[in-house]
Ligand binder design. Structure first.
Ligand SMILES: O=C1C[C@@H](O)[C@H](O)[C@@H](O)C1=O
Ligand SMILES: [Co+2]
Length: 297
């Protein structure tokens, strides 16, 4: 069982409107999204493209519904742009998140990423050379130090189609960054999609994990993506991802590892799929019930 005083439960707005493909859920407003998150029993949220950018307006809307911002995606370009360009934007975002009450900022390296392109996700991923690895890891350490000064933790999101996708890439990134400055944003869906053992990865890196994305995977859709050489986003439209308990990820041992190691932080449902097919409120309630049953949260 997870400790309610230590572990908080959140949900991402991507089930209502997908910022990577805004036509998915374009009809869903910000107010509907946050109201339904609260109605389904969630208390945390990440930031989506439709969220007000004025912190006062955003905070009021969230307070009315008992919600708190716990993280936001931040794209780094450490391997393709001068470090300073990324740092300026990173500091702005980290300060904003800190003011909103978040404890982490979720970084993903988007230099050379194919996640938003039409390239085949299983065949055309970029692999970094030693020089690019150094740019990435040194840059992450520097950003992590900035985040620490601001009072927030940098968590790194491994992701399909990016330069840190595979188990080996996650190993190398973590081995070459300072545990005091760079933590892991553990995403169950991205490890499973890539063919890694999410349970083993959770066990291996439990001491580096500071934020968790609970994402389930429909294996038959991943197989279709492989067979038909589809892109990451084509897969999302087909339904590669779903809410915890609705796919093939084995969540129970993951919850056990988090509980046994006194994990403190958020577990956040993040299940992008077509809202016209998977009603966001219905799926949020389904996820909430599953998590309550398996964790006691
Ligand atoms: O954390 C995430 C943010 C999304 O934009 C992304 O594509 C999704 O798959 C994810 O894990
Ligand atoms: Co994620």
């Amino acid at each position: 069982m997870l400790d309610k005083n230590k572990v908080k439960l959140g949900i991402a707005p991507i089930g209502w409107t997908n910022d990577d493909m805004p036509d998915l859920g374009k009809e869903n407003t910000f107010e509907q999204c946050v109201s339904e998150m609260a109605l389904a029993g969630f208390t945390g949220s990440e930031i989506g493209g439709k969220y007000p950018t004025d912190p006062v307006v955003l905070k009021k809307a969230l307070d009315l519904r008992g919600l708190t911002i716990c993280n936001c995606w931040f794209s780094t370009f450490l391997t393709t742009k001068p470090y300073e360009e990324t740092e300026v934007e990173f500091i702005k975002q980290a300060k904003f998140l800190k003011d909103m009450g978040a404890k982490v900022i979720g970084v993903s390296e988007q230099g050379h990423s194919i996640q938003g392109t039409d390239k085949s996700i299983f065949e055309e991923k970029y692999v970094m050379n030693d020089e690019e690895w150094k740019l990435l890891c040194d840059g992450l350490n520097k950003l992590g130090a900035k985040a620490k000064e601001i009072g927030i933790s940098l968590t790194f999101h491994h992701h399909m189609g990016t330069v840190v996708q595979t188990e080996e890439e996650v190993d190398r990134m973590l081995a070459n960054t300072d545990p005091e400055l760079v933590s892991l944003l553990f995403d169950t869906g991205h490890f499973t999609y890539n063919g890694a053992d999410a349970v083993a990865m959770c066990k291996k890196y439990i001491n580096r994990i500071k934020h968790v994305h609970l994402k389930d995977v429909r294996p038959e859709m991943v197989q279709k993506v492989k067979d038909e050489h589809l892109s990451f986003l084509q897969g999302v439209r087909l339904g590669t991802f779903t809410v915890p308990g609705d796919g093939s990820v084995d969540f129970e041992p993951i919850f056990d590892i988090l509980a046994e190691n006194n994990y403190e932080g958020y577990v956040l449902v993040e299940a992008e799929q077509d809202p016209a097919i998977a009603n966001p409120l219905e799926y949020a309630i389904k996820a909430r019930k599953y998590i309550a049953e398996k964790t006691g949260l």
